[in-house]
Write a protein that binds this ligand. Structure first.
Ligand code: LMR
Length: 390
């Protein structure tokens, strides 16, 4: 059986974690995997989450199965955060808890394949390297169009327009709701408005990946584009992650919401999601989602979580300003949002950054600005200059 298998290369991003951990140099900078770090380089459990976990520990009286939908209180409490307090989608939503945003993307892909086998998904390049493999693994077809030009650090909107013009009615378009991974470049309001109108006019189905809400400009601000698109279209999917904004990375907390045309289609979709989850993971792990639900049920914990989110966002944007101030060639980083920016560099240059300077970023030049500690900007800029990246 297994003799037919071909060895797979380790995942490049996860490999970076190992490489960084095994580097014994006293001073090293981890700009690799997308994890928030505080000024001391730690990724602590949020206080609001700790408080919710304490309540959970004291009050949970059973670990019996919940069902393939997971914690319905969790998905219900997320709704106003994502779609707005006065959203008009009631009755058209089919939502279920998933193991992280990745689980939501994969389950959404499985649903698309069940609804229309071989559906084509349009991806802007560059995008998170796991997007295409997830969709392909579910049997979907991929077509890419340019999204951003790293030389100019700007959206290639002609490329996006051309990509959407090639799409056929019923095709799916993957969109980053905010804090684009890997570039930190988001569409402007005018561009989002044009995209929403094009999706609606051409009957394209948006699949929005919303993994960093609150880490760009604020909870409401970061959901603006998602809400605009959902107002314009009849059908959509939203893959949500609480990994970053609740700091729950390894607990894998996410949700998939499908927006259907009407209540009947939403109900049928919900049965399909439950059936697909049953054969994938049966039911999602409970702990992290239960902690998020408890935070969202209690105004005191919501206030604590929002304050912690403000601190994280403030630090990310201060790191952006520090890099932009350190070299005019990095000025664009100030206006980008979320954990990432993508510098134009070769793989050899990124290897030289880690090999010679103990500064770790991905082979494609993505840096996690939340990985910097105070005072790192100078060393990063010096290393980038030394390796010809600036
Ligand atoms: C990242 O892009 O670094 C994160 O989303 C972690 C991951 O799973 O790739």
């Amino acid at each position: 059986m297994f003799e037919a298998l071909v060895a797979q290369p380790p995942d490049a991003l996860l490999g970076l974690i190992k490489a960084y951990n095994s580097d014994s140099r006293a001073k090293k900078v981890d700009l690799g995997v997308g994890v928030y770090r505080d000024a001391d380089g730690n990724t602590p459990v949020l206080k609001a989450v700790k408080a919710a976990e304490t309540i959970l520990l004291e009050t949970q009286d059973s670990k019996k199965y919940l069902g393939p939908e997971g914690d319905i209180g969790f998905t219900t409490r997320l709704e106003p955060i994502v779609f707005g307090a006065r959203h008009r989608l009631a009755g058209r939503l089919a939502a279920l808890q998933t193991p992280g945003g990745t689980g939501a993307l994969r389950l959404g892909a499985e649903l698309l394949h069940a609804a229309r086998p071989g559906t084509k998904v349009h991806l802007g390049a560059p995008t998170w390297p796991n997007h295409a493999p997830i969709f392909r693994a579910a049997g979907l077809a991929i077509e890419t169009h340019p999204f951003a030009d790293l030389a100019t650090q700007a959206v290639d909107f002609d490329g996006v327009r051309a990509g959407l013009a090639r799409a056929a009615p019923g095709d799916v378009v993957l969109l980053h709701g905010c804090c684009h991974n890997p570039t930190g470049i988001d569409f402007s309001r005018t561009q989002w408005e044009e995209i929403a109108a094009t999706l609606a006019a051409r009957k394209l189905v948006p699949f929005i990946d919303l993994a960093y809400q609150g880490l760009g400009d604020g909870l409401e601000e970061d959901a603006w584009a998602t809400r605009l698109v959902l107002d314009a279209v009849d059908e959509a999917l939203v893959a949500y992650s609480c990994d970053k904004n609740f700091g729950l990375y390894r607990d894998r907390v996410g949700a998939l919401t499908v927006i259907a045309r009407d209540a009947r289609e939403a109900a049928t979709t919900a049965t399909n999601l439950a059936a697909l989850a049953r054969v994938a993971w049966s039911m999602p792990p409970d702990h992290g989602a239960a902690a998020v639900r408890i935070v969202l049920e209690r105004p005191d914990l919501v206030a604590m979580w929002r304050a912690e989110l403000d601190v994280m966002r403030g630090r990310i944007n201060a790191n952006r300003a520090a890099l932009a101030d350190a070299d005019p060639g990095l000025a664009f980083i100030r206006d980008q949002r979320g954990l990432f920016s993508n510098l134009a560099m070769t793989k050899a240059q990124s290897q030289a950054l880690s090999g010679r300077h103990a500064i770790y970023c991905t082979g494609s030049g993505r840096i996690n600005v939340a990985g910097m500690q105070p005072g790192d900007a100078g060393a990063i800029v010096a290393a980038l200059r030394a390796e010809g990246c600036l």
